[in-house]
Design a binder for this molecule. Structure first.
Ligand SMILES: C[S@@+](CC[C@H](N)C(=O)[O-])C[C@H]1O[C@@H](n2cnc3c(N)ncnc32)[C@H](O)[C@@H]1O
Length: 271
């Protein structure tokens, strides 16, 4: 059967152990409504050993390589599609360039406020960015350019390395007005956290990862019976002085940095 035929028959949740580039190349044109991804970019280690990440996944990619994956994904997007691509502040410039090279006509950041990133050596990342890549006919987005969602802490049981909070994916799905009929794709899905919100909204979700542990985790999470629809869940809104900020109550506030030993040398690591 052709790759096209296989893709048309994909079930509502499709998680596959596959290289992102190869997977994007196999998708048919016009099959991606929304891309939400947190790529395995190389980054600066600002003090920690990064050992807990190396244990889990050894492959990280340059923004040039990630840009190649984004270009393939862009060529498979529906005309009203939109892309959300995460980066930390160290990679911001390269990530913007990668999206522009991939053919997105406009790129702008949504700031992710991690609420309580914890202690650590050096300058902490209180914020990361979700870059929005637009096509000429991209759907209108709704909501704010600041989302405030607690990070997944280092002490969270069985967390996947670099795991993002499911509520962040829920916010992005809400901002992109994801609905039934959409297909939301994450080519570097890890634990599948960023696809959960889209699945809850009735979209078809597709995730790829080269790590078997990731595929197992993402499949387990996404094939569970659906949780309460987030649109109906009460979400406290910050008072009138800061109307654009949506706050989600903190669970276990912490960050990867708080788990790291202080070590002042900056070097490239796998994240
Ligand atoms: C930053 S993590 C994603 C974390 C995820 N958003 C979560 O919340 O769990 C990046 C993922 O990309 C995967 N990865 C690395 N190289 C890849 C490749 N060439 N193709 C597909 N996945 C890859 C890693 O195994 C890792 O799970």
């Amino acid at each position: 059967m052709s790759a096209l035929g296989q893709s048309r028959m994909l079930p509502r949740v499709h998680i596959e152990k596959r290289d992102a580039r190869e997977a994007m190349a196999a998708l048919p044109a016009g099959s991606i409504s929304v891309l939400i991804t947190d790529p395995p970019y190389r980054t600066i280690n600002r003090g920690g050993s990064g050992g807990h990440l190396k244990r889990w996944f050894s492959s990280s990619l340059s923004w040039r390589q990630i840009g190649d994956v984004l270009a393939l994904a862009r060529s498979r997007m529906r005309p009203d599609g939109v892309a959300f691509v995460m980066t930390n502040p160290d990679g911001l410039r390269e990530a913007i360039e990668a999206l522009e090279r991939a053919g997105f006509v406009r790129v702008r950041p949504i700031t992710w406020d991690k609420v309580a990133p914890g202690l650590g050596w050096g300058l902490r990342h209180q914020t990361e960015y979700v870059l929005v890549g637009y096509l000429p006919g991209s759907r209108a987005l709704c909501g704010a350019d600041l989302v405030s969602v607690p990070a997944v802490g280092p002490n969270t049981a069985n967390r996947y390395p670099s795991e993002k909070p499911a509520d962040l994916g829920r916010e992005l799905a809400r901002i992109a007005n994801v609905r039934r009929g959409d297909r939301v794709v994450d080519p570097f899905c890890g634990s599948g956290a960023l696809l959960i919100g889209a699945a809850e909204r009735g979209a078809r979700v597709t995730g790829y990862d080269v790590a078997a542990a990731a595929v197992k985790r993402a499949t387990g999470r996404l094939t569970k019976p659906p949780a309460k629809t987030p649109a109906k869940a009460p979400v406290p809104v910050r008072k009138a002085s800061k109307p654009s900020l949506v706050r989600i109550p903190a669970g276990k506030p912490a960050s990867r940095n708080s788990a790291r030993a202080a070590k002042p040398k900056a070097r490239k690591v796998t994240r």
